[in-house]
Structure formats: C-alpha cells, structure tokens
Design a protein around this ligand. Structure first.
Ligand SMILES: Nc1ncnc2c1ncn2[C@@H]1O[C@H](COP(=O)(O)OP(=O)(O)OP(=O)(O)O)[C@@H](O)[C@H]1O
Length: 244
C-alpha cells in the first residue's frame, strides 16, 4: 500500500536519505526507528508528499506518486499526523474534527463549501474511535497531552484513510496514555489500514509493530520482525548504550 523504492534525499549539499526502500501492506504496522537525526521524519515527509525525493520513487497502492502533491495523496487514501501538534487550541475537539472532515482531500474552496455539511454523528463517531466519547465540546487547548494526541489521530482518521503515517504519535504523553494510544493505533491497523509509525517509545514499537525498519545515518540498516531486528548486531551497534 505504501512503498519507497531506493529513495534518496539531498538538501544543501547533505545526503539526508540514501537508497531507502520500505513497503507497508494493508493491515500491517511498520515501526520506523533510528537514533536522533537518522532521517525518520524526512522519510515520512517524502512518503506524505511534503518533500520530493531527489532519487528513487514513492508508490501508493502501486501507483507512482513521487511527484504527486500531498493533497492528491490524501485523495488516494493517505493520511498523516505530525510530530508537533496541529490543533486549533481555541476551538473545541468537535470543531477540530469537523475541520479535518471538511478539509480531507479538498482544496480550501471545497473545504469552505462543505461547511455545515458534517453531521454531529460523524464527529462523535471519530471521537469514539479514539476513546474520547462525549468530549466534542471540550476546548482542544484544555485537553491533556494524551488527549491532544488522540484528537490528532481522530483528525487523521477523518478521511477514512487506507494508509496512515504517524510521526511520533506518543511523544511526551503519560504512560497511561501510551497504553491508550497503543490500543487505538493497533485497532486502526487491525481494521485493514497500512500504518507506518515513527516512534521513540521502543517497547511500544517492539510490542505493536508487525515489522520494524531501522534507519541509521539516512540508510536503511535493517527491516524485519521485532525479534529479528533486536537481535541484529548492526542494530545493536547503532543503538550502542541505549536499551533496545
Ligand atoms: N530541510 C532540511 N534542510 C537541511 N537539513 C535537514 C532538513 N531536514 C532535515 N535535515 C537534517 O536531516 C537529518 C535527519 O533529520 P530528521 O528530522 O529526518 O531525523 P529524525 O530521525 O526524524 O530525527 P529525530 O529522531 O531527532 O526526530 C538531520 O541531520 C537534520 O538536521
């Protein structure tokens, strides 16, 4: 569903990604890990269409989308969350979700025209999927960090994506919320969505992912099941001094 073939990205004279290949099938969750600065976010940006690869190609459902805009990819069934929060704090959780539904795969004009067409049921349904029933009227700015992360997931799910890119969906949340988010993301995968997830919580990645891809200095060091990857000598070297 999501594919990268020999992807390279060069910017300002630096080779950030080099010959990176990855594929994620429907109903599969691939965790993308690697030390700081390994190129994980850069890869997610290339997969989502925020940046164009210098070499190689990106595919979505088998179609070459290397030059396709993020909006076009969204229309083809791809959604993403960002490392930093993308919420409107002055709006309620429900209003944030409403905007996400209105804007999914749409130009600003189309999104504007859709105003008022998104039913309360649809909003409640999305909030329920991220275990936030009844919170439509809570101000986003008043939510806990974990609540904000869940709301961001609801917004990413607003387009009913077939492929989902998550960039550190659990960054900075409490242990309790990590468990909650793990359950939500696992359920999304189990519903048949292809999920690629960058995450620093190693125990989460190793427990949740079907396969793990390890980036190191912009290259793909290893791809395999959690067991294969953790017992790989090169991976252990890359993480020297850190618990795997
Ligand atoms: N637009 C850019 N211009 C120049 N260098 C960049 C750009 N974007 C990223 N980099 C560099 O590319 C490298 C990889 O960055 P990236 O954010 O993809 O790594 P990461 O694995 O996601 O790191 P972290 O775990 O810290 O979030 C870093 O050295 C970063 O400074």
């Amino acid at each position: 569903m999501i594919g990268a073939e020999g992807v390279g990205w060069r910017v300002g004279g630096a080779q950030i990604l080099d010959d990176v290949s990855l594929d994620v099938a429907p109903g599969e969750l691939v965790g993308i890990i690697g030390p700081n600065g390994a190129g994980k976010s850069s890869l997610v940006n290339i997969l989502s269409g925020v940046t164009r690869p210098s070499t190689g190609r990106v595919t979505l459902d088998g179609e070459d989308v290397s030059r396709a805009s993020a909006t076009r990819r969204s229309r083809m069934g791809l959604a993403r969350s960002f490392q930093t929060s993308a919420l409107f704090d002055g709006l309620t959780a429900g209003e944030n979700v409403r905007l996400a539904v209105q804007g999914s795969g749409a130009s600003p004009i189309t999104a504007f025209r859709r105003a008022g067409t998104v039913g309360r049921d649809r909003i409640e349904d999305l909030l329920e999927r991220v275990t936030m029933p009844g919170s439509a009227d809570v101000l986003a700015g008043d939510l806990s960090h974990g609540g904000r992360r869940k709301l961001e997931l609801a917004m990413a799910l607003a387009s009913e994506p077939r492929a989902l890119l998550l960039d550190e969906p659990m960054a900075g949340v409490s242990a309790e919320d990590v468990d909650g988010l793990t359950g939500i993301i696992g359920a999304v995968r189990d519903s048949g969505v292809a999920v690629a997830m960058v995450e620093h919580h190693m125990h989460v990645v190793l427990g949740l992912a079907d396969r793990v891809a390890v980036l190191h200095h912009g290259s793909m060091l290893a791809v395999g099941t959690p067991d294969e990857v953790t017992s790989d000598d090169r991976v252990q070297q890359a993480y020297l001094g850190e618990a795997l």
